[in-house]
Write a protein that binds this ligand. Structure first.
Ligand code: 3PG
Length: 306
């Protein structure tokens, strides 16, 4: 069996060593395509792969056409908006993700962004504190739960909105349920977004929601830029000088922010929520193990294209 690890944004060395160990212990060959510049390079590398591990790398029909032997692709991470699931099914390729494995890293990034922002970028400017402030978790999956857990340590007052999660689960994880999304944005000075990007969620956070946020609002988006309606975001920034936006990664309208709203935003250069050694090890090794289990015992847990 040949496993290709195709990561435009490479895993840490320590993770690569462990991914290699898992594959080689199973008798599989492993090769790496890292830091590649375009789909052509992936197309050229995938032709003899039986399995592939990717991160946010696009897996399209074109890639799958070239992957003549491919049986399984595992997205080492949670969000799978980069996988064309219909095309995977059409090519008889099993698609999986590794949910939960990088969630703590993303949750910690939320606070790294927030603390830097509310302490004025560590310039000596007077800042503010988190204790007693309201935090809204927009979606309460793996990342949302970790964020709630960390926020408890800061003494924040946690709320959550998620149509797929019960009040009991929220309560057990330290958050009070909001019955609708309007209530979440109305109640919470800080709102942290943790929903996937899909046809329903894309552009779902716009002006009407944002205008409900209390004074000194801070919107944190470590999910996907696509879930924000950028026209609405710009409108709220134009109207309210007390509004901040912290995001992993920059919106398409980044240039407007740079020109008009210095000091009220932080955008990461490259998506880095999951970019820790621990997270790379967790998700990369999980992906390798899922591939080994799939070939050795037919295990299809975490299959996305049923
Ligand atoms: C995820 O969905 O798991 C995160 O966004 C991580 O993405 P990355 O693997 O590209 O860092």
């Amino acid at each position: 069996m040949k496993v290709l690890v195709a990561t435009e944004k490479p895993f840490a060395e320590v993770a690569i060593r462990q991914i290699r160990e898992v594959c080689e212990a199973a008798g599989f060959q492993i090769s790496f395509l890292e830091n590649y510049g375009n789909a052509r390079e992936l197309i050229d590398s995938v032709s003899d792969a039986d399995a592939m591990i990717v991160r946010s790398d696009l897996v399209t029909s074109e890639i799958l056409d070239a992957a003549k032997k491919l049986r399984i692709v595992v997205r080492a991470g949670a969000g799978y908006d980069n996988l064309d699931l219909k095309a995977c099914s059409a090519h008889n390729v099993v698609a999986m993700n590794t949910p939960g494995q990088n969630s703590n890293a993303v949750a910690e990034l939320v606070f790294e962004l927030v603390l830097f922002q509310i302490r004025g970028g560590f310039t000596g400017k007077t800042g503010t504190e988190l204790r007693g402030k309201t935090l809204g978790l927009h979606a309460f999956g793996n990342v949302g739960k970790y964020v709630a857990d960390i926020a408890k340590g800061f003494g924040m007052d946690n709320y959550a909105y998620d149509p797929f999660v019960s009040e009991r689960v929220m309560k057990n994880n330290g958050a009070k349920q909001c019955i609708n999304v309007d209530e979440l944005y109305r109640k919470c000075q800080y709102v942290s977004i943790h929903m996937p990007s899909n046809d329903i969620t894309n552009k779902s956070v716009g002006y009407e929601l944002l205008k409900k946020m209390p004074h000194d609002a801070v919107l944190i988006n470590t999910a996907r830029k696509e879930v924000i309606n950028e026209d609405g975001l710009l409108k709220i920034f134009e109207e309210r000088t007390d509004f901040c936006y912290l995001a992993d990664v920059a919106p398409d309208c980044k240039a407007v922010f740079e020109e008009k709203y210095q000091g009220r935003f932080i955008f990461t250069e490259k998506k880095m929520g999951a970019q820790t050694e621990e997270s790379n090890i967790n998700s990369g090794v999980a992906a390798a193990r899922q591939i080994v289990d799939f070939f050795k015992s037919g295990n299809e847990k975490y299959r996305l294209n049923k």
